[in-house]
Design a protein around this ligand. Structure first.
Ligand code: UN1
Length: 499
């Protein structure tokens, strides 16, 4: 690991200036300490916010397409270091290298998307009821954007926010998960390298805040930060949403999922089974889009369950291991706490489960676990919590209406999928799934950046990444202009004459 560690930490040439004794960063690959960092003091965070505001005032004056050029160069930079950054992602958060590469690719993709967007920040022209008037909608830069990101997508989700924020004319303040600060410092160093040859970019345009809960709260509570975009647990999001609302700020929340896939009698199992496996055990079940529930028509239930059980057996046999090995499909959990939560969820469901497969600890340094599969004979409210681990429940259903009722019964509403070759079932599903994402013959995880990403209910309602998500990073202004010569008419036909 040492040679690859050197290569990856080489992405942070100024690492020394962040070292200290506050925050040990351990690699889930083998539990070793990668570095120990100093955390920002409250005064330092305050100064960063002030600097961010100053940077915003300069950056908003730079034309959108020029802002896009900075993001274009950043995307190029990422292309040139893709392998090293992917490796650092793997070392720090434990996802397999192939998925680390995918994550960096997701950053590159959103940069490309944002570059195009920098010339398409369109408003509207609206018909006025009054003669010689024109109404317009203008989209203007918003201010410093506070980005709070989770360990499981330590770089891509930041890139969704900052690539859009930067082209929209905002400055960015990033509070990464305290479990993955090194990838953040690497992304920051790469951006600074691009910025040094970009005179229009002000100092402090993008900054990283190293810290834990207190640092996040300080950012969230500061009225100089008009938008807080937070990714993480529902518990965290509830606190963030309420705090931001208390100061009339705007929050963009992307919180927990409890994603399900429905397997109908017409499903092509050659498509369904690999999709379940990637969704359930990929990223060791640590995506917000991971497949937590598989709702299977009773006619196929045994076949699907048994096929999955066999595949899980193969995974336990030879596919769990170091995420740096190319044959590994399931790497480690992030930490011991994740393992404990998985065990607690298994013990909670065990009394009502028809069968529980897997869930045992794998004997090697780090927190490695056998993905678990739970056979249920009926839906249960015991599975309402999101367990951020490879733990998947298989539940039978009889009618599609019942399947959707089971599907929608959980408090979260992020991602959903149906496996069907019947267009009527597919359309029924799309209309009745209560999630922000509803896929047909595609798994619940692994969305492309082009669509808006996020979900309903306890998932928080935010939309990031593609489509018109950029609007969250700007403020909307309605402007009415009168271009006539007479005294202008009042709206609603009101007369207000003094002579
Ligand atoms: C997350 O887990 O927070 O759709 C984001 C996906 C990825 C993003 C996941 N593109 O699975």
């Amino acid at each position: 690991m040492n040679a690859s560690l050197d290569r990856s930490l080489g992405l942070i040439p100024n690492l020394d200036q962040f070292l200290g004794s506050d925050l040990p960063v351990t690699s889930p690959v083998d539990g070793s300490v990668l570095a120990t960092l100093r955390i920002d003091t409250a005064a330092e965070i305050d100064a960063k916010i002030a600097k961010s505001q100053e940077a915003f005032h300069a950056w908003r004056e730079v034309p959108g397409p020029i802002r896009g050029e900075l993001v274009r160069r950043y995307g190029e930079k990422l292309r040139s270091v893709k392998e090293e950054l992917a490796r650092l992602v793997t070392l720090e958060c434990g996802k397999i290298l192939e998925e680390g590469r995918g994550e960096v690719q997701e950053m590159i993709d959103i940069c490309d998307f944002a570059v195009g967007l920098s010339r398409q920040l369109y408003g509207l022209t609206i018909a006025s009821e009054r003669p010689n008037h024109i109404m317009q909608e203008n989209w203007l830069p918003l201010g410093p954007v506070g980005i709070i990101s989770a360990f499981n997508f330590p770089v891509a989700v930041w890139a969704w926010n900052s690539a859009l924020g930067l082209v929209c004319g905002d400055s960015c303040l990033w509070k990464p998960s305290e479990k993955t600060p090194l990838t953040a410092l690497a992304c920051q160093a790469l951006l600074e390298d691009v910025i040094k040859d970009f005179p229009q970019a002000p100092a402090g345009l993008s900054q990283v805040i190293i810290g834990a809960l207190d640092a996040g709260k300080q950012l969230v509570d500061d009225p100089r930060v008009p938008l807080i975009s937070a990714t993480g647990s529902t518990r965290m999001g509830k606190d963030v949403g309420q705090r931001v609302a208390a100061r009339f700020g705007r929050s963009l929340l992307e919180l927990g999922g409890n994603n399900a896939m429905i397997i109908t009698p017409s499903a092509d199992l050659g498509i369904a089974i690999p999709s379940i496996l990637f969704g359930a055990v990929g990223t060791a079940g640590q995506r917000c889009t991971s497949t937590r529930r598989v709702i299977v028509h009773r006619s196929l239930f045994d076949q699907v369950y048994n096929t999955l059980a066999t595949a899980y057996g193969q995974i336990w046999e030879s596919k769990i291991g170091s995420p740096l090995e190319s044959t590994t499909l399931v790497g480690p959990l992030i930490d011991e706490a994740a393992f404990d939560l998985m065990q607690a969820a298994i013990e909670r469901i065990r009394p009502v489960a028809a069968e529980v497969l897997g869930g045992e600890r794998v004997d090697r340094p780090g927190v490695y676990v056998r993905p678990a599969l739970v056979k249920l004979s009926a839906d249960s409210r015991l599975i309402d919590n999101e367990t951020f681990a490879p733990l998947t429940y298989v539940i039978p259903y009889d009618t599609l209406e019942e399947a959707l009722a089971i599907h929608n019964a959980v408090p979260q509403g992020l991602s959903s999928a149906i496996m069907t070759t019947d267009v009527r079932e597919a359309e029924y599903f799309k209309r009745h799934s209560d999630c922000g994402i509803a896929n047909v013959n595609i798994g619940t995880s692994g969305a492309e950046i082009g669509g808006a990403f996020g979900g309903e209910k306890e998932t928080g309602g935010g939309r990031e990444s593609g489509s018109d998500s950029w609007k969250a990073y700007m403020r909307r202004q309605t402007s009415t202009t009168y271009f006539g010569y007479q005294r202008p008419a009042l709206a609603q036909g009101i007369r207000f004459d003094i002579d």
